[in-house]
Design a protein around this ligand. Structure first.
Ligand code: BTN
Length: 237
């Protein structure tokens, strides 16, 4: 479709109104209110990038938690990028980085009835042909590989590959998925600066890895501390 507020919102509306009941992908050339994690805005120049959402009804959701889905979706995206000859790393909790810059973001939203998932919406923003970014620390396929892409074709091959990777990854024991995620974890083993959200405290630490619950472990002042999504932010070197 051409323009929509947010493909994640639109996908949820379609599903809730009964128009669709199976795996569906909504792609927009332009989002007027693209959303990122924690109420942030996802900026993407119109007609330049991939912004899309896939709806997975509960019977297709093999990993019944957002954390698990984020891991497998991140790994699938990373594998796809590798096929394009781009090495990526996974920045906890849900970004894909290339050469130290953000290339893609993932926003997964689950719809629950009680504790069971009705459907998951996997929203992905992948910078493709855009050259300049408001956010200095962002990049695109085009900037990294000096090529431009046909967005429709790229989306089709990405969906095809992701589908295969998701099936394969979902047949693995989850600790193996976590291991693969940790192997690609951005910043692992480096001394980096973090901000603890609750206290606003800035500290230096070393990322050790993530666990199956999606918590990250940071070694600081000789102790490993665990943080949940949203509790800590990586602010630099
Ligand atoms: C993040 O980096 O915080 C996640 C960004 C996710 C952006 C995608 S673009 C398609 C889908 N629709 C949205 O409104 N957001 C996601």
């Amino acid at each position: 479709m051409d323009t929509v507020e947010s493909t994640n919102n639109y996908a949820a509306k379609l599903y809730n109104s009964g128009v669709i009941d199976q795996e569906t992908v909504i792609m927009a050339d332009n989002q007027t209110n693209g959303r990122g994690q924690r109420e942030k805005t996802w900026h993407s120049d119109p007609y330049q990038n991939l912004t899309f959402s896939a709806i997975l009804p509960s019977d297709k959701v093999k990993f019944n938690s957002t954390v698990r889905l984020v891991f497998v979706v991140s790994l699938s995206l990373s594998r796809f990028l590798k096929k394009l000859e781009l090495e990526s790393s996974l920045k906890w909790p849900n970004d894909i980085y290339v050469n130290g810059k953000k290339l893609a973001g993932i926003l997964i939203e689950n719809n629950y009835s009680g504790s069971s998932v009705n459907y998951s919406i996997i929203g992905i923003g992948l910078n493709v042909n855009q050259k300049e970014f408001e956010l200095i620390n962002a990049t695109s396929l085009s900037n990294e590989l000096s090529k431009s892409y046909n967005l429709r074709e790229l989306l089709l091959s990405l969906l095809n590959d992701m589908n295969k990777s998701l099936n394969e990854l979902s047949s693995l024991p989850f600790d193996e998925v976590v291991k693969q995620y940790n192997d690609l974890l951005f910043g692992k083993g480096e001394q980096l600066q973090f901000r603890e959200k609750l206290t606003d405290e800035i500290f230096t630490g070393e990322i050790k890895g993530v666990n199956e619950e999606g918590d990250i472990f940071i070694l600081t002042e000789g102790k490993e501390k665990a943080f949940k999504n949203g509790e800590v932010e990586l602010i630099g070197k």
